[in-house]
Write a protein that binds this ligand. Structure first.
Ligand code: IVH
Length: 708
């Protein structure tokens, strides 16, 4: 494409030729994006082509083509879908991989509810559909909104597309005023094969599997394309309801069925674990002939009153679990071993494979975990794979389970090339040359370069902008790499993202002058960055990329400390292994010594800490909003439970107290507001008495929270 010539210098002939080229390039980009769901150019490049086209047309109005891209209807790819905040969060499920995990699930539920092993407890069991979840909102019986799961809190508005799906009623008779139906959108094997055939005829890229095809089809900006793709929908649950629809899970599904939704016909009620496992085996047997993909069986406590008591952990319900089918396997050649350096400096070996299809997905990379795994031993030094090491050139077995990164599970020694050599794991960082060391008890070798290691810095930035962290539109992993390498407009640490967006005239010009960036894309990026200056505390803590601090730990820390100032102050004062701030950190349920040490250390390391401070100076960190605790008499109070509880288990008592806005601590201190002491209470009761902390028994506690 001849894009060097300034529009003002173009001759009419050049302009005409370029307009033709632009029309062709933009049409191809549209097809790749809208129809094939496989974009070939970046949104920024797309915008730049459109702008160039418009500028030429403005100068040569007579040369405007009848098929001018400026007149094309349909939203541009960059515009995307509107966002929808879910009234009730869309959660995921925890997984079970074998019968023992399922038994443990049942045991933990009984323990939580205080039920004995023989007390009756009924579960529903139904296939886990391998598609994508969708939440449908009906008001007054009319479908008013359909939204994808997104990050669970905010999804994409795909209402127009959902209306094209036959299994989704647009009007329901006799529904409560507000009814949110949740379920899975999927594509059948037959429809998937036919779609890929059509793609091939058009020279388009085939979809890797029905799930991708369903996702690509639902997320079409043009609903007419969705209409042409035969999507289906199974309802399995609900979100917000203005009135209950049943007392049991099964009853609710039956009601949804009467309202016109498809309910999976393999849904069963099971009264014990044996029945569950028998049904699982039956479904697994039928898996290949069902005509659509499933990746396991979901078990849910049937009684909705018990579901309510069990409630949720940070991202999953306690009352349900997904029992996954075993992984799929294939054999292929290991062509090379590459080392990737992660954000915490971990050197991760990656297998480069001769591409092979594993369970419908083409796999060309797989994880090799760490140097011990390659050498054929576990972290305790015991032999794995009968001690067989993994060498470049080996014939290897690749294993893939659901969304989990594929791994190399085994090797076939009989096919090992004669000249294959043991793999020498590097002892220096391949990215920055610093020493890579393995600390006592750590399975992983780590680069010691810290912030000077470009790989660590880039990975930290990628983590920083990832979906559960800052999630800045238009600034993904690819853009971060580009800006990191840019000498004019470098982003070397998170704070740089926000100083870049100060709209200083020089930055604007530099950005606009970059290949593929126009004034609009620069402005869009700055606006997206600005939008994230206001950030919830949990997202900020997660985004810092501290080792051992994942999304749910970040949430725990945020809930406990409530504000950046409180968190930062406590971590700065804390010393690993001692003192009140350390004890307070450890007393948070779900925070162990390893994570606690990692957080404290991260905030004490000079250069890292300085980088965090530079970042926070650019932000408006939102405090954790107190939960909607109504008239809770215990909101904000620090409560300790001790001794035996008789009406509910300790776990349930704690979850209920937290839902009412209390902070539950494991130890009594002068900050404790209330001690709930059952029979057998010992030293904590004594300490509370010494400190003058109010102490009540279980009945008084239940009376206190009865109306909350
Ligand atoms: S119940 C509170 N039931 O699996 C969680 N989920 O890993 C409610 N899925 O995001 C989920 N089939 O997209 C449930 N029968 C089923 C399902 C199912 C597929 C998906 C769903 C969810 C994911 C969780």
């Amino acid at each position: 494409m001849t894009r060097e010539i300034a529009v003002a210098d173009l001759t009419a002939e050049q302009a005409q030729a370029e307009l033709a080229e632009l029309a062709k390039a933009l049409a191809a980009a549209n097809t790749a994006y809208h129809t094939d769901d496989a974009p070939e150019i970046s949104d920024a490049d797309y915008d730049a082509l459109k702008q160039r086209n418009a500028a030429i047309e403005a100068r040569f109005p007579d040369l405007k083509r009848p098929d001018s891209p400026s007149d094309q209807v349909g939203a541009a790819p960059a515009e995307g879908f509107g966002k929808v905040t879910h009234a009730v969060r869309m959660l995921s499920l925890s997984n079970a991989f074998d019968a023992e995990d399922v038994a443990e699930f049942d045991r933990s539920i009984r323990k939580y509810l205080g039920l004995g092993a023989d007390d009756p407890l009924t579960y529903t069991a139904e296939p886990k559909i391998d598609g994508l979840s969708l939440s449908l909102r009906y008001e007054g019986g009319q479908l008013v909104q359909a939204a994808t799961r997104g990050d669970g809190e905010t999804g994409e508005n795909v209402t127009a597309n959902a209306r094209t799906i036959d299994d989704i009623p647009t009007v329901i008779d006799g529904a409560p005023e507000v009814l949110e139906v949740r379920g899975e959108v999927y594509m059948s094997h037959a429809d998937f094969a036919a779609l890929n055939e059509r793609q091939a005829e058009r020279g388009g890229k085939p979809f890797a599997n029905p799930r991708n095809a369903a996702a690509g089809s639902l997320r079409q900006l043009d609903a007419e394309i969705t209409r042409a793709r035969p999507l289906k929908f199974f309802a399995y649950g609900w979100g917000q309801l203005s009135a209950p629809i049943a007392d049991t899970q099964k009853g609710a599904l039956d009601q949804l069925g009467r309202w016109g939704f498809s309910i999976n016909p393999l849904t069963r009620l099971c009264t014990d674990i044996d029945a569950i496992l028998t049904h699982y085996a039956g479904i697994e047997e039928q898996r290949a002939t069902l005509g659509y993909d499933i990746d396991g069986v979901v078990y849910k406590v049937d009684d909705l009153a018990l579901q309510r008591r069990l409630g949720f952990r940070s991202t999953t319900p306690r009352w349900a679990i997904a029992h996954k089918f075993p992984a799929e396997l294939a054999w292929t050649r290991l062509e090379a071993i590459d080392i990737q350096v992660g954000r915490t400096g971990a050197l991760s070996p990656v297998a480069r494979l001769t591409p092979v299809t594993v369970g419908g997905v083409v796999v060309s990379n797989a994880t090799l975990h760490n140097e011990d795994y390659i050498a054929g031993r576990d972290s305790a030094g015991n032999a794995i794979r009968e001690g067989k090491d993994i060498r470049v050139g080996d014939w290897v077995q690749v294993y893939r389970a659901g969304d989990v990164i594929p791994k190399v599970a085994d090797i076939d020694l009989s096919k090992r090339p004669a000249d294959a050599q043991p793999y020498p794991f590097p002892t220096t960082c391949p990215e920055c040359g610093s020493d890579a060391i393995r600390e006592e008890g750590d399975a992983v070798r780590r680069c010691t370069g810290g912030l000077i290691c470009p790989a660590q810095a880039v990975e930290k930035l990628k983590h920083f902008v990832s979906r559960a962290a800052f999630d800045i539109e238009g600034l993904g992993a690819k853009q971060v790499e580009m800006f990191y390498a840019d000498d004019q407009l470098p982003i070397r640490e998170p704070a740089d993202i926000f100083t870049l967006a100060t709209r200083d005239a020089a930055n604007m010009t530099k950005l606009r002058n970059r290949d593929g960036w126009g004034a609009k894309s620069a402005e869009n990026l700055f606006a997206a960055i600005d939008e994230r200056r206001r950030i919830p505390l949990n997202r900020l803590i997660f985004a810092l990329g501290i080792r051992h601090v994942g999304e749910s730990s970040a949430q725990l820390l945020a809930n406990h400390y409530g504000s950046w100032a409180a968190f930062e102050g406590a971590m700065t004062r804390a010393e690993v292994g001692q003192g009140a701030d350390w004890e307070e950190l450890l007393a948070i349920d779900g925070v162990g010594a390893v994570m606690a040490a990692s957080v404290v250390t991260a905030l004490h390391q000079g250069p890292e800490r300085a980088s965090i401070d530079r970042l926070v100076a650019q932000l408006d960190v939102q405090d954790v909003a107190a939960p909607d605790t109504g008239d809770s008499p215990v909101a904000g109070k620090i409560v300790v439970f001790t001794g035996a509880l008789e009406k509910m288990t300790r776990a349930e008592a704690k979850a209920r107290a937290e839902a009412l806005g209390a902070k539950v601590s494991g130890s009594v201190s002068s900050k404790t507001d209330l001690l709930v002491a059952g029979p057998g209470a010992g030293s904590k009761a004594k300490k509370a008495a010494d400190l003058g902390v109010e102490t009540i028994d279980e009945d008084a506690w239940l009376a206190l929270i009865a109306d909350a």
